[in-house]
Design a protein around this ligand. Structure first.
Ligand code: NAD
Length: 409
């Protein structure tokens, strides 16, 4: 155990990584003090709901809470919301908070997540989406009858917001800089099918758009692109990726490279300081090098892994990242690196309720995307993680990936 039994663990960040770490410390029997600090004024809640359920006016915000408010004191977790770590002093093992106080620690976990990237050009009145407060502000606008919304960025937030806004009655336009929607997460046929689903609902999708400026015209926002096109909307949502909140770590001398660099035990370059979740750059379990993964499930398991590491009980972190998106009532899951391989095998229609798309590098599975086939997506995660060579004969015609995984075991 690296932290004394009666010591104090300070966790910065009340997202799923920080909250899971706090709970895991207790569940694993840590009897000392746990201080869970969050800049967000709300107690821990389910962030995936920010770009989906929380945009519906009828959805009660309390339903998004991770645990009832009483759970944290019951677990003897000292949850402090609306307070930010401003500086870290690793030599003194202390953090300075923005309320003017200081706190010593025996172990410090940085689970500070990220913030929305900005476009680089000012967009008057633009919305971004990261926390519950952002969702509540946007949903009031989406509730206006006939509202026209432009969404800049066709990634996970952009397409989810577009689907939620369209379902609520808004007229929606997506402006994506890249050649296709969800380029980072889906292979081309799955992106194309998703784009069709949006278009069929009346969402206008424009790709290859570089927004170069914006102004206000009669109370609306006019967006201008490099090639001279213009769009006018009542509201603009900017969803062009995130920037990790790693500045305090950098200032404290931790190794930071677009995220806080950690090893497979969530240890940073400074003893006693750990990092997990969106902000941490960790050794990729499948490929060479370090990666940052910005998904809920990863943040949850990484937070749990960090807690185990703080207690000196961890196995190396080897989870294959996966995520899901729900749009127009259909859930699509992705695992590994669906865009990383040389070959794509698609079983079924990527626009249908059930399909499976597999990305291969040689005879190894490196990524998978599926709808309506959750057991096979789980099998895909196992196959990606083990790196087992796959028999081609089992990948022709209708595929049963559960059987493929059994054959490869
Ligand atoms: P993203 O990386 O998923 O998508 C950003 C999109 O914006 C990309 O398609 C990119 O090409 C585009 N883009 C970049 N610059 C642009 C520009 N100047 N103009 C127009 N388009 C531009 O990021 P996001 O959608 O902003 O989401 C932020 C974070 O939240 C991500 O880390 C994401 O993984 C996470 N998130 C995950 C889920 C999920 O797992 N279902 C849901 C919501 C958010």
């Amino acid at each position: 155990m690296t932290v004394p039994a009666t010591g104090r663990v300070v966790i910065a960040g009340t997202g799923i990584a920080g909250a899971t770490a706090a709970e895991t410390l207790r569940k694993r029997g840590f009897a000392g003090e746990i201080v869970l600090l969050g800049a967000d004024p709300a107690p821990p809640y389910r962030r995936p709901m920010v770009s989906k359920e929380l945009l519906a006016a009828s959805f009660p915000a309390e339903k998004a809470l991770l645990r009832p408010a009483t759970a944290w004191p019951e677990l003897r977790i000292d949850l402090r919301t609306g307070v930010r770590v401003e500086a870290i002093d690793p030599d003194a093992a202390r953090v300075a908070l923005d309320d003017g106080t200081e706190l010593g620690y025996d172990a410090l976990l940085l689970a500070t997540g990220g913030r929305p990237r900005t476009l680089g050009v000012p967009i008057p009145g633009a919305f971004t989406l990261r926390d519950r407060h952002d969702a509540v502000a946007l949903r009031d606008v989406l509730a206006r009858p006939g509202v026209e919304v432009a969404v800049v960025g066709g990634g996970l937030i952009g397409t989810e917001v577009a689907a939620s806004a369209q379902a609520g009655g808004a007229r929606v336009t997506i402006l994506e800089a890249g050649p296709r929607l969800l380029d980072r997460v889906f292979p081309p046929p799955v992106s194309a099918a998703l784009e069709q689903v949006h278009r069929a609902r009346g969402v206008a999708v424009h790709t290859g758009v570089a927004v170069t400026g914006a102004d206000t015209v009669s109370g609306c926002t006019r967006l201008c692109s490099a090639d001279g096109r213009e769009w006018i909307a009542d509201a603009v949502v900017v969803a062009v990726g995130m920037t990790p909140n790693d500045e305090q770590a950098r200032a404290a001398g931790l190794r930071v490279e677009d995220g806080i660099v950690v090893d497979e035990f969530c240890r940073t370059s400074v003893p006693g300081v750990y990092a997990a979740g969106d902000v941490a750059r960790f050794p990729d379990p499948v490929h060479v090098g370090h990666v940052r993964v910005e998904h809920w499930n990863h943040a949850q398991s990484h937070g749990a892994a960090a807690a185990a590491a703080i207690l000196g009980e961890a196995a190396p972190y080897r989870e294959v990242p996966w995520c899901w998106t729900t749009q127009y009532g259909r859930t699509v899951q992705a695992a590994g690196r669906p865009g990383a391989g040389a070959e794509l095998i698609v079983d079924g229609d990527p626009g249908a309720d059930a399909f499976l798309a597999l990305t291969l590098a040689g005879d190894r599975l490196v990524g998978a995307v599926a709808a309506g086939r959750p057991r096979e997506l789980r099998a895909a995660r196992t196959l990606i993680g083990t790196g087992a060579g796959l028999s081609r004969a089992l990948l022709t015609g209708p595929i049963d990936l559960v059987s493929v995984a059994a054959a490869a075991a």
